[in-house]
Design a protein around this ligand. Sequence first.
Ligand SMILES: Cc1cc2nc3c(=O)[nH]c(=O)nc-3n(C[C@H](O)[C@H](O)[C@H](O)COP(=O)(O)OP(=O)(O)OC[C@H]3O[C@@H](n4cnc5c(N)ncnc54)[C@H](O)[C@@H]3O)c2cc1C
Length: 446
Amino acid sequence: MKNSLITPELISELTSISGLQIMDSIVDRERFSRDFFDYSPVLKQKLEGCCADLVVRPFSVEAVVSVAGACKRHGVPLTLRGSGTGNYGQCVPLFAGIVMLMGSLRKIRSLSSDTGEVTVEAGCLLGDLERQLVANGRQLRLLPSTWRSASVGGFVAGGSGGIGSVRWGFLRDPGHLLGLEVVTMEERPQKLQLEADDAEALNHAYGTNGIITALTLATAPAIAWQEVAIDCDDWLQAVRLLQSCARSAVALHLCSLLEKTIVEHLPNWSGRFFGKHRLLLLVAPDGVTTIERLTKTAGATFKLLGAENTRNGNGIRELTWNHTTLHMRSVDPEWTYLQMLLPQPENETIDFLNSCWGEDLLWHLESVCQHGMQRLAALPVVRWRGLDSLEKLMKDCKDAGAVLFNPHVITVEDGGLGVIDVDQVKTKRRFDPNGLLNPGKLKGWL
Ligand SMILES: Cc1cc2nc3c(=O)[nH]c(=O)nc-3n(C[C@H](O)[C@H](O)[C@H](O)COP(=O)(O)OP(=O)(O)OC[C@H]3O[C@@H](n4cnc5c(N)ncnc54)[C@H](O)[C@@H]3O)c2cc1C
């Protein structure tokens, strides 16, 4: 193996760990060294050649502790992987070393019938957790649109929000993550229980400052969400209606708006295309008549699709968040995307950007609760015309007052507000003093 950090001594140490599968074939190493970074042509070029030297799959927390200790002693980078559905190469091993698959730690340890707090192992799939919660009258507050395949640990370490954000904001808002069990990357790794305060530093840190083995999350009472589609002739009418739905006293789980060119390219199962812009909502049963009334007042067309059926993967939630980009890319892979919080009034920015970028920019809006206020996030689909063009577009968005969350960059900070989070770095110093966890992803450490 060229320049491999994997010595025979390390292999023999790993082989002696019970409950650990070791994979060294090139097929496995390549397969587990990538995620969905190819949504970004920029990241695709940068990350395509990255490959782990070895892949391991622990079946117990004890095995995780042993792997961490072995990597530390041998100075080998360790990159954690949940389901590998991230979009920014979060679980791509930039400096090779070992990729550790967390997906076999999937127990739901406890669910409090008093508070609804759930403690679950990091590799549990969000879909499996959601099913168990619903069976007990609860549900997750926030889910990515990849909720069927993504892991709980990967969502907290690499995601930000999604379905539920219209009501519950984002993962980093205080109140969602209540505690973590973490394994440190030390000579003698510790297994620590962190309270909410200390856990925050590992929230959205791309697994750079601790190995999450279990999480305690707040949940919400389960609601039998109703699917609603609303068609609008006019874009301004559609944005206003989106806002009045989001600001109403109706419980919503999703409140999305897709420009008509996007609606036209959605999969067949999404319903007929009537040449109009479309709102997609998940509405509490007692809110349906109110949304219908608001739609009528706006002069739009209301359609109640019925109770959400989450079994088949063809519900409206699978048309929103980054699944919108997925569907557009499956028609034409030259589409990429951006993520931003729009300044108010939103339509001035949208009009301005439309005037510069025309059909190269198609609008997809999501109502979100930002610091307690209803705002519009945009995940526009963008025609790839090269790096210079993308940079010019991002500059235009920022100049227009949008807060951009750049999905074409590698580090935690560049994909966020560009600011170094001192607590994340301090925690890395404490739990990963040699900087071996997912190296290259935390700018503050570099
Ligand atoms: C079509 C599509 C739609 C998407 N929609 C959304 C969306 O709506 N909202 C959203 O937030 N994201 C979205 N994503 C991104 C991604 O799917 C989610 O963030 C998902 O929750 C990641 O989970 P995962 O298990 O795949 O994590 P991975 O991709 O495996 O890992 C993500 C990060 O977490 C780290 N990590 C994984 N496990 C651990 C652990 N146990 N301890 C510490 N660190 C760990 C990894 O090292 C990596 O840095 C979407 C992606 C796609 C392709």
